[in-house]
Design a protein around this ligand. Structure first.
Ligand SMILES: NC(=O)c1ccc[n+]([C@@H]2O[C@H](COP(=O)([O-])OP(=O)(O)OC[C@H]3O[C@@H](n4cnc5c(N)ncnc54)[C@H](OP(=O)(O)O)[C@@H]3O)[C@@H](O)[C@H]2O)c1
Length: 254
């Protein structure tokens, strides 16, 4: 299946040192891409790289705090220079700060928006400017969420940021289609990662997730590999402006 091959392609995966990002990075590397990952924690980057380099030599890690929005452009430029540019960008790094909306602080709101919405927008702009200058298309993938469609209590800032991602995907897909840059999203259901550890360690909540998910289980980072390869590759050459939910059927029922 040549159309699914990423041989000779380079990809930047933010938050690629753990969880969903690492799952997608593994998929891209297995399909032949050389992958650069980012995360704040250099030790986590190294651990992930050891694994990725066994799949595809030449993968690199870059330590960057993407919530510091004034550093986004320089973080992208450093990684891109080192890797000779990127064909694929996965905007995956994200966080959640849980709490009742009436207690939400301006800081909680700003941090969530900076990492979940502002960084993806301006990393995408860096990527697009480079691809436009080179007269080459590319693929941008955002990690969306069930909260791009619906909400759950104590998630106001997160829900707003992921709802923003949903519309940003459409806006960028429309603006950049003429340059051959496709923009799509992957919306994971409940996936077992560090971010959701408090939830899957809570027996009652975990049981509810399994009951509420038609396929009857939590998702794993490996469940994201296939969709990442599909959207990054020529196999989805006529697909842009969409979110694909990898959610075990969650959104299909209530
Ligand atoms: N797990 C789920 O059920 C689920 C469902 C829907 C959507 N998502 C989304 O999936 C994405 C990944 O989450 P995950 O569940 O895989 O969690 P995770 O394992 O905790 O991964 C989060 C990643 O983001 C990086 N990161 C966190 N803060 C950062 C910052 N300020 N600057 C740069 N990188 C930062 C982390 O690396 P460092 O710690 O090294 O910085 C890590 O690589 C997020 O966008 C999340 O909203 C998750």
């Amino acid at each position: 299946m040549k159309a699914f091959s990423l041989k000779g392609k380079t990809a930047l995966v933010t938050g690629g040192n753990s969880g969903i990002g690492l799952g997608m990075a593994r998929g891209l590397a297995k399909a032949g891409a050389t992958v650069a990952i980012t995360g704040r924690n250099a030790a986590k980057n190294e651990r992930a790289l050891a694994e990725l380099n066994r799949i595809q030599p030449g993968c690199r890690g870059f330590a960057a705090d993407l919530a510091k929005t004034d550093l986004i452009r320089s973080a992208y430029a450093e990684a891109s220079k080192d890797m000779g540019g990127f064909d694929i960008l996965i905007n995956n790094a994200g966080t959640t700060i849980r709490g009742p909306a009436e207690d939400l602080t301006l800081d909680d709101w700003s941090t969530t928006m900076a990492l979940n919405l502002t960084a993806p927008m301006f990393l995408s702009q860096c990527f697009a400017r480079e691809r436009i200058e080179r007269k080459q298309g590319g693929s941008i993938i955002f990690t969306a969420s069930l909260m791009s469609e619906a909400s759950r209590s104590t998630t106001a800032a997160y829900t707003a940021s992921k709802g923003g991602i949903r519309q940003l995907i459409k806006a960028l897909a429309v603006d950049w289609a003429k340059y051959g840059i496709r923009v799509n999203g992957i919306g994971p259901g409940y996936i077992e990662t560090d971010l959701t550890r408090p939830l899957h360690e809570n027996e009652e909540f975990s049981a509810w997730v399994k009951k509420r998910t038609p396929l009857g289980r939590w998702g794993q980072p490996a469940d994201l590999e296939g969709m990442a390869v599909l959207l990054a590759s020529d196999a989805s050459a006529f697909v842009t402006g969409q979110i694909f939910y990898v959610d075990g059927g969650w959104l299909a029922t209530f």
